[in-house]
Design a protein around this ligand. Structure first.
Ligand code: G16
Length: 541
């Protein structure tokens, strides 16, 4: 087996976004595209020599080929060991756990998360650091810089490794350990939650439906929910991971998990419904007749956390991404704990979790997690809710009604305008930026602006500053409007408009109705229809 130094040259647009490098699959399949990026990861982290990495992916199309390429490149650059999930599979949270548990130097996760897969879908590569979390900006910048200077990549000429059996294999001088992707993760969940109480809940006839969306969480959910906890067989649906996710869009929200929503809205629907995404880090929570927004879910979890064995001592603090609603802030205030507001991207929670300044973190984009790993965790969130329901002996509807009665309700929605022209999107954001100084005290769609700025984050742990993280407009009475451009799309630009209003009296309104004035204010301020020609959002969640 010999190592080849392959001459290459920089490929444009290899800048990691909100969560790793995401592109169309066929772009990743172009000559040298994946190889250049992997070699640049080694360069960006100071080399692979002697290091141990965790490697796995969500099983999407091109996963199998990409895993073999990464293994041969890791070996060629001197890595000592790679711990890889059987058949190349690992959910993002399971990978984060493995990195931490095994003291690995880092990990590579092959996934474009909730983006569709397949030859015409998306593919992605994320690098996670030794704490198990996504690489921070300092590391992703170094990787990006390396992509702009690369002239050669190293790869071992070797046959594919058989990843179908657990055990030890060899790629050149590098050891490859093939592990069961589910076992360690399931054991961790058992340490955190009261499995006995959840099993009793199922024993009493409690019915749930978990939609794995033909993605990575199928095997995890089958083992934990059905086999260990005793949920009825068939509670986990779409449980076999498929390379193209059954031609679906593995994003757990009311649009893409419509079948689940329809089942949960039946009068005789299951007591509890949930879904996870392509790589298993996102979650959607529902009760019979009720959808819980990710922002509300985070708030309710924080308010009930001490019912869970792992958090019974209380929370050191909570953190949410800036566009996530302010519902959790009210809980933190009542609990007398810190509440941090970070830019979008799980990587910004890592320092807070490491320093124990936050125990629970969450994002409006369907992500919640805790200090048990350094990624958001879909199935963990589902087990958290099940544990709370088992302890409280109430329904999701009752729990949320009581929550809103105590804290008031932050009606919330996100309107996405996908695939708009990049120039138009930038002009729209620039137009808003220019207006900011004139906005305070003005009235827009009947709402009075109390503050308006562009969000910048000063990390309280390492002092780094991250600017340009979205336009925030606060109105009197607690309403808020946020505009930002997505960092995970692969076609044109996606404008995200985050809408929120706060009410303490009427707690059961339709969210879009409650947000009517904020929606009008958004269009007046950003001139969305005029600038983009779009009469309505592509996706409303
Ligand atoms: C990723 C990040 C999240 C972020 C989300 C949306 O999620 O990990 O932190 O909230 O993207 O980002 P954007 O609004 O820039 O598209 P995932 O599940 O795709 O990895």
């Amino acid at each position: 087996m010999s190592i080849t130094n392959v001459k290459t040259s920089p490929i444009a647009n290899q800048k990691p976004g909100t969560s790793g490098l995401r592109k169309k699959t066929r772009v990743f399949q172009e000559p040298h595209f994946l190889e250049n990026f992997i070699q640049s990861i080694w360069t960006g982290i100071g080399g692979a020599q002697g290091k141990t990495f965790v490697l796995g992916g969500d099983g999407r199309f091109f996963n199998t080929e990409a895993i073999q390429i990464v293994l041969r490149m890791a070996s060629a650059s001197g890595a000592a060991r790679v711990i890889v999930g059987q058949n190349g599979l690992l959910s993002t949270p399971a990978a984060s756990h493995l990195i931490r548990k095994r003291g690995a130097d880092g990990g590579i996760i092959l996934s474009a998360s909730h983006n569709p897969g397949g030859p015409n879908g998306d593919f992605g590569v994320k690098y996670n650091i030794a704490n198990g979390g996504p690489a921070p900006e300092s590391v992703t910048s170094a990787i990006h810089a390396a992509t702009e200077e690369i002239s050669v990549f190293r790869i071992l000429e070797a046959p594919d490794v058989d990843l179908s059996l657990t055990g030890i294999a060899q790629v050149g001088r590098m050891e490859v350990e093939v592990v069961d992707p589910v076992a360690d993760y399931a054991a961790l969940m058992e340490e955190i939650f009261d499995f006995g109480a959840i099993a009793d809940l199922f024993e009493s006839g409690f019915r749930m439906r978990f939609d794995a969306m033909h993605a990575i969480t199928g095997p995890y959910a089958k083992l934990i929910l059905e086999n260990r906890l005793g949920a009825a067989k068939g509670s986990v649906v779409n449980a076999t991971p498929l390379p193209d996710f059954g031609q679906g869009h593995p994003d757990p929200n009311p649009i893409w998990a419509k079948d689940l929503v329809d089942a949960m809205m039946q009068p005789d629907g299951p007591d509890f419904g949930a879904a996870s995404d392509g790589d298993g880090d996102r979650n959607m929570i529902m009760g019979r007749g009720i959808y819980v927004t990710p922002s509300d879910s985070l708030a309710a979890m924080a308010a009930n956390a001490t019912l869970i064995p792992a958090y019974k001592g209380g929370l050191s603090g909570v953190a949410r991404s800036m566009p996530t609603s302010l519902a959790v802030d009210r809980v933190a205030e009542k609990l007398g704990i810190e509440c941090h507001e970070t830019p979008t991207g799980w990587k910004f929670f890592g320092n807070l979790l490491d320093a124990d300044r936050a125990t629970l973190c969450g994002e409006e984009s369907a992500g919640t997690g805790s200090n048990h790993i350094r990624e958001k965790d879909g199935l963990w969130a589902v087990l958290f809710w099940l544990n709370v329901l088992a302890a409280r002996k109430c329904s999701v509807t009752e729990l949320m009604a009581e929550h809103w009665k105590t804290y008031g309700r932050n009606y919330y929605s996100r309107h996405d305008y996908e695939g708009i022209d990049g120039g138009i999107a930038n002009d729209l954001m620039q137009g808003l930026r220019a207006k900011l100084p004139t906005l305070p005290d003005s009235i827009v769609a009947g709402l009075r602006v109390v503050a308006a700025d562009e969000f910048a984050y000063d990390d309280p742990i390492d002092g780094s500053r991250t600017e340009g993280q979205g336009i925030r407009i606060h109105f009197s009475g607690g309403a808020r409007l946020v505009f930002r451009l997505s960092g995970t799309g692969t076609v044109g630009a996606t404008l995200r408009v985050y809408l929120e209003t706060y009410e303490t009296d009427v707690l059961d309104r339709d969210a879009q109705e409650a947000l009517d004035a904020v929606i009008k204010a958004a269009d007046q301020l950003a001139m969305i229809v005029k600038r983009t020609g779009r009469k309505r959002p592509t996706v409303i969640t």
